[in-house]
Design a protein around this ligand. Structure first.
Ligand SMILES: CC(C)(COP(=O)(O)OP(=O)(O)OC[C@H]1O[C@@H](n2cnc3c(N)ncnc32)[C@H](O)[C@@H]1OP(=O)(O)O)[C@@H](O)C(=O)NCCC(=O)NCCS
Length: 167
């Protein structure tokens, strides 16, 4: 599927694969204080039957033909959709790419029969919490000292999928 983001960028959302990992890792390392490693991504890509992966790609006319702008990793586990990882290239943030990726993941979760989407986010990551709130997620709990580097609580958020995403 192709969507025009912020009225000027055509973004194609489709699964990413092991061959995209160099690009994924570059964004991951710029985005997190404790980034997933190549081994962690490979374990998910190759060894986790519940795991799914979507990338937002910008397809240019000249080689290199496409560029990864962001990605989302999520699990479809019976009736639950669990958002595991989400990041957007720093120079392409605030253009709706993350929202677009979450919507795709939720649509896929609904298509596979999930009824609830869940995620954990650092208590200090207010931008991400705002993003999820704009999509309709609500806080339902807090897990003390869940994260390290820095030590931080996790905010637990959920979206009842029967209620649908906010437009
Ligand atoms: C959080 C992150 C994924 C958001 O990606 P994005 O593509 O910029 O998000 P969107 O453009 O879809 O933003 C959607 C909404 O989230 C909120 N938001 C996102 N970034 C924001 C910012 N810098 N300041 C204020 N609000 C922000 C806004 O409500 C925004 O809607 P608006 O632009 O219409 O006001 C991105 O900043 C990122 O990769 N951060 C580092 C990794 C991370 O924190 N991942 C989430 C882990 S749980």
């Amino acid at each position: 599927m192709v969507t025009r983001i912020a009225s000027r960028l055509d973004v194609h959302v489709h699964p990413f694969h092991s061959r995209d990992l160099d690009d994924v890792l570059a964004i991951e390392q710029e985005s997190f204080s404790e980034p997933w490693t190549r081994g962690m991504f490979e374990a998910e890509l190759l060894g986790n039957p519940f795991a799914r992966f979507l990338g937002a790609f910008c397809h240019g006319e000249m080689p290199p033909a496409k560029r990864l702008l962001g990605y989302i990793c999520y699990w479809v586990v019976f009736d639950e959709l669990r958002l595991m990882n989400l990041a957007v290239r720093p120079d392409h943030r605030r253009q709706g790419i993350a929202s677009h990726l979450v919507r795709h993941a939720v649509e896929e979760g609904i298509a596979h029969g999930t009824t609830r989407a869940l995620l954990e986010v650092r208590a200090g990551n207010r931008l991400a919490q705002k993003l999820y709130q704009t999509l309709g997620f609500q806080q339902y709990g807090r897990r003390r000292a869940y994260y390290t580097n820095p030590n931080e609580d996790a905010i637990l958020m959920q979206l009842q999928l029967a209620e649908n995403l906010q437009p």
